[in-house]
Write a protein that binds this ligand. Structure first.
Ligand SMILES: [Zn+2]
Length: 372
């Protein structure tokens, strides 16, 4: 048996941050974002399976086996995506630079010629106890029907933030995207634990009237506050509000989302950071950075290199960038190039969740929160 004829690279590499689903029940989730399997041997190999095991003290406590049929399907889709240039167009999602390098081409099937690779997309795991990490193994047959394999390990880590963060706005807000699995954010490393926040009006809705103008939305124009002390490292104000992305009169919800999704790629392909619209990035202690996206044109009232204090007004909320409706995109990440950094799970020191006891301060999709 030949070991490590197959190289396995993962995104993230080295370690994955778990997200607490229910701390009182010791339930966590983890997303293994991408796996690339590269044939490092001199001969052609046919992949048989990929096995991801959750490991605790070297004992496997949960196993997810990707069958040869699943691998075949993924090979077909991802090869097609690479052919169409989508892997590089959405480089911030798939990171072909890290996973494949310059010369590795994806194979269209599970048969990998020397140097060819297979790419697997995101998979989520429900973790019922504290675990040490993942062990990922792949098994294949070479031309002589001998077994070849590869193996890699990843740690699971519960992230402990270096700073105390305050909620970045006043008032009552709906968490339309949090880090539990019902949001697009969770499936992309550079957005994984990010929040989308929509302000609620006294009526409990997001807007008055039809919502077809930005001014109807309660979030629009709300003050955005620095979440912690720090230094402004990016202050970008060059986008108009995306008013054509609001629901129109007589447009059903289904028609609206169809129209919206059809134009989303325009924001994400190319200079993907444009998706944040007008935005501010603040550097905090311990190489943590907070991002405030979709701000109102000409509302930013801080400059690059300026020191800011927690709770200071830094701008007003708008509807710029890839914004379906006026909302604040907020996250804390580990690097200045925020489309290629890693978003970190953080909690706020000053929020109450109205419909459940916020036992740990982590916010979930669907929470209604109020800052104090
Ligand atoms: Zn967002």
């Amino acid at each position: 048996m030949s070991r490590d004829a197959l190289a396995i690279r993962t995104l993230p590499a080295d370690h994955i941050y778990v997200w607490e689903l229910a701390g009182d029940r010791n339930l966590y989730s983890a997303v293994l974002h991408n796996i690339a399997i590269i044939n490092r041997s001199e001969s052609r190999v046919i992949l048989q399976s990929v096995i991801a095991e959750l490991v605790r003290q070297n004992v496997s406590i949960q196993t997810r086996t990707f069958s040869s049929q699943e691998l075949e399907r993924s090979a077909m889709y991802m090869h097609e995506a690479q052919q169409q240039g989508l892997l590089s167009a959405y480089g911030f999602v798939f990171r072909p630079d890290l996973l494949l390098g310059d010369d590795n081409k994806l194979a269209p099937t599970t048969t990998l010629a020397p140097g060819q690779a297979l790419f697997l997309g995101s998979h989520a795991f429900l973790i019922p106890m504290k675990c040490d990490g993942f062990r990922i193994t792949t098994i294949a047959k070479d031309d002589g029907k001998r077994t070849v394999q590869g193996m890699t390990k990843l740690r699971l880590t519960e992230y402990r933030s270096k700073n105390t963060y305050r909620f970045p706005a006043h008032g009552t807000w709906y968490v339309s995207a949090g880090a539990n699995l019902f949001s697009g954010h969770r499936w992309v490393v550079c957005q994984e634990f990010g929040l989308d926040l929509i302000r609620l009006g006294d009526s409990g809705g997001f807007y008055a009237g039809s919502g077809s103008t930005v001014e109807n939305h309660y979030a629009y124009g709300s003050e955005v506050l620095a979440a912690a002390d720090g230094i402004v490292v990016k202050s970008v104000d060059r986008f108009a509000d995306s008013s054509n992305r609001l629901p129109q009169e007589n447009e059903t919800n289904q028609m609206y989302w169809k129209r919206l999704l059809a134009t989303t790629s325009e924001w994400l392909v190319g200079e993907a950071a444009r998706a944040a619209g007008n935005h501010i990035l603040i550097r905090h202690d311990g190489e943590e950075y907070s991002l405030y996206g979709h701000l109102q044109p000409s509302s930013i009232c801080v400059e690059e290199d300026e020191h800011v204090r927690a709770g200071q007004v830094i701008g007003r909320l708008g509807h710029s960038g890839n914004s379906p409706f006026p909302h604040l995109h907020f996250h804390v990440c580990d690097g200045e190039d925020f489309m290629y950094a890693r978003v970190l799970p953080i909690r706020f020191s000053n929020v109450a969740v109205l419909q459940r006891p916020a036992l740990t301060g982590y916010l979930h999709t669907g929470d209604i929160v109020s800052s104090y």
